[in-house]
Every structure is written in C-alpha cells, then in structure tokens.
Design a protein around this ligand. Structure first.
Ligand SMILES: Nc1ncnc2c1ncn2[C@@H]1O[C@H](COP(=O)(O)OP(=O)(O)OP(=O)(O)O)[C@@H](O)[C@H]1O
Length: 262
C-alpha cells in the first residue's frame, strides 16, 4: 500500500483510480487518455453506448488485458505492479455468462472460494449468506443450466462478492433480463452500497438506470467526456437531466483519430 494515492490529498485512496489509460487492438485505438477516479462507498455509473469501450476498460481494470498506456490503482494498489493486492479488492460480473453450466451452484461458488484461498467451512457459510442475500439459497445444489438468465446473474453477483471485495464492477449486468429482474438486480446492488459500504462501478448503456444521487463517468468513442455527480454533469452542459446531458455531450464528439496506434 506504499504506492497509495490519496483521493483527497490526505487519507483514503480512491476505490479506483484510472490515469491516462489507452488501449489498442492492433492499430485500432479504442480507448484514449482515460482518467477518472471512483470515491469509496459510492454507486458510480459508467455510461456509454454500445462500442464506447466499457468492456475493454473493464478488461484492463481486471487485468485480463495488460495496461500498456497509463496506470490503474485499486484502493491504492497498482494493477500492473501489485496485481495480487489489487485483484483481491476487486469483484467483477462480466457481461457474458461465466458460470459452468454442468456444475451446481454450490460447485461454481466453492471453486471460486478455493481460488481465493477460502477454507471449506468458511466458504460454505459465506455461500449460504450470499445466496440468501440474492434470494437463491433454495437453488444451492441445482445445476447452473437449470437457472433462468436473471437467476444466473444473481449467482454471478454472489460469486463476485465471495472474497469480500470492497470494489464491485458489473458490465451491463441487466442485459437480456426482463423489467422485473432488471429492477431487482439493480436494487440488490444499490443496497450493497448502503448496507455494506461497497464501491460499485456499474457499466450500462441504459440511461434510465442512472439516479440523481449517483456519480457518473460518461464514456463515448473511447474517451471520457464527463465525470462527477450526476447533478454536476447535468449542470456543466446546461441541461435539465442526464438524458439531455448525455445527448448533448455525445453529439459534440467525433471518433478517435486514425493511425494513433501505429
Ligand atoms: N478483441 C477485439 N479486437 C478488435 N476490436 C475490438 C475487440 N474487442 C472490442 N473491440 C472494439 O473496441 C471498441 C470498444 O468495444 P467494447 O466491447 O469495449 O465496447 P462496449 O462499450 O463494451 O460495447 P457493448 O456495450 O456493445 O459491449 C469497439 O469498436 C469494438 O469493436
């Protein structure tokens, strides 16, 4: 924690600090000069249309891709220099389904627990508590393939929380779900911020998932266009609401220049 960056110049590091990060696929630049920070204990929305670069950014934060441009710190731990310390503090729910369909719910979760060095008895206790929290305790020994899309998402959320990370990332977690499942999952995650003080970074293209008290990072065509409290972002572009602000911000921006990665 010696490399901790203080988010207020004095004490606690930011939950997530992204500085001057860029990413190229071949010679195509898809993220450029991305900088923002997430305060601990907040619900922060990463708002961007399809193709904005949200999944690529999450892949860099979770160290699936190596960050070659810029730095990423999770609670003060550099993801490139101290990946173990950084990843221990991170839980992630990817957009694509990642449960092993041939294993039971219990097997899927206990495998994750063992990867994090959590002992058998402790793991079972945490699995039961978390499944109760997402209303899935009665499906503990069912095969993952017998679950609906919304139920699988709940299991993935429980799994992401198993090692008690203080930062939770969710990439388009409600995609493909019906309105009720969508609302329930969003409410479950919002509750975690209030009851457990977890910092949440919620990626979505759905503006109606943003609430007025949230923090927001607006990403478009690989660039951060705005960040901060929703009310501040709305005011900064003289709009009446986040829908208008998003339209106004994204209407002003052209794509990344060709050849930036050559
Ligand atoms: N493996 C890859 N190789 C080449 N280009 C890629 C690759 N993955 C993503 N891209 C491109 O990078 C850009 C950002 O894609 P990304 O998936 O990060 O966006 P997104 O905001 O998550 O979109 P969505 O909401 O549709 O998932 C897009 O132009 C996409 O075509």
């Amino acid at each position: 924690m010696q490399d901790a960056k203080a988010n207020d110049g004095m004490s606690l590091p930011a939950a997530l600090e992204v500085s001057a990060v860029g990413h190229c696929f071949g010679n195509k630049q898809v993220l450029s000069d991305i900088s923002f920070s997430i305060a601990p204990g907040h619900f922060t929305v990463l708002l961007g249309l399809n193709g904005a670069g949200k999944t690529t950014l999450f892949s860099l934060i979770s160290h699936l891709y190596n960050s070659r441009q810029g730095t990423i710190h999770i609670f003060g731990n550099d993801i490139s220099r101290a990946p173990g310390e950084a990843l221990r503090r991170l839980g992630i729910v990817f957009q694509a389904r990642t449960l092993d369909l041939d294993l039971s719910v219990y097997q899927n979760l206990s495998y994750h627990a063992s990867l994090h060095g959590i002992g058998h008895a402790e793991a079972l206790e945490r699995i039961r508590t978390l499944l109760a929290g997402v209303n899935m305790i009665d499906r503990l020994y069912d095969k993952a393939r017998s679950l609906s899309g919304g139920q699988m998402r709940r299991i993935e959320i429980a799994r992401a929380l198993l090692h008690r990370p203080p930062l939770l990332l969710l990439d388009e977690a409600t995609v493909g779900l019906d309105i009720q499942s969508r609302a329930e999952i969003l409410a479950t995650i919002r509750d975690l911020v209030v009851t457990d003080g977890i910092s949440v970074f919620w990626a979505t293209h759905l503006i109606d998932e943003v609430e007025s008290n949230d923090h927001v990072v607006v990403l478009d065509k690989g660039r951060v266009l705005a960040q901060g409290r929703v009310s501040d972002v709305v005011r900064s572009v003289a709009s009446d609401n986040i829908q208008q602000a998003f339209a106004s911000l994204t209407g002003l921006v052209s794509g990344l220049p060709e050849g930036a990665c050559l």
